[in-house]
Design a protein around this ligand. Sequence first.
Ligand code: 13P
Length: 248
Amino acid sequence: MAVIAGNWKMHMGPARARAFFDALDLSGVGDGHDLVVFPPAVAIEAAVGAAKRAGGRVGVGVQNLYWMDEGAFTGETSAPMAVEAGAGFALVGHSERRHLFGESEGDTALKVGAARRHGLVPVLCVGETLDERKAGRVDEVVLRQLNAALPALTSADRRFFVAYEPVWAIGTGETATPADASEAHATIRARLVDALGPAAADVPLLYGGSVKPGNAAELLSADEVDGVLVGGASLDPASFAAIARAAG
Ligand code: 13P
């Protein structure tokens, strides 16, 4: 079983979200995989309706949320609002949130907590920049980001995902090798087992960064890679389905 997740980023409004599901052909995709897309917040409701009409195999998540339930927070989306729109998952701490919008590790912990309080499955994103990789700091950065969110992740029931997305591989065409992904995932797994015990063996660890139909099978068969978080290649229904087929 693999998790195939598509992060649409700031693409695909309601009309394109509906068109995606109208065109999505999941024939040949193995049973039991978790398929999820993350549309922009304004398109969640349209995507949820279209996903249901298309057979209900694809879940929908929110790309970001604010940790308060409601209030004077212009421009923000809360967890209960995302749930009301039909979301079941929440990306938290995507590198674009951290690096373009100055989201701190404290913020990501609060967001994970809000997602869990409202029953959204958090997908915590972690990953190093190129400079950090060159300086041999992959484990340090990934563990720092993971540790900041761990108390919120482990406080209630345990369903959550972690996505390792090296910043230098996002949207660049540069993909981590399967060995790079396995190495970082093993670091994450060891820390999770330390914090949670043997139950952590079941936490899906996703790789993200220039995943395409042509490299998905190899990445998905790497040790400790339980799924993929796909950006650009998830916008096209044929390519999203091809990546899901690569999971076997
Ligand atoms: P790309 O697949 O476009 O590199 O994006 C990866 C990503 O950031 C998914 O969250």
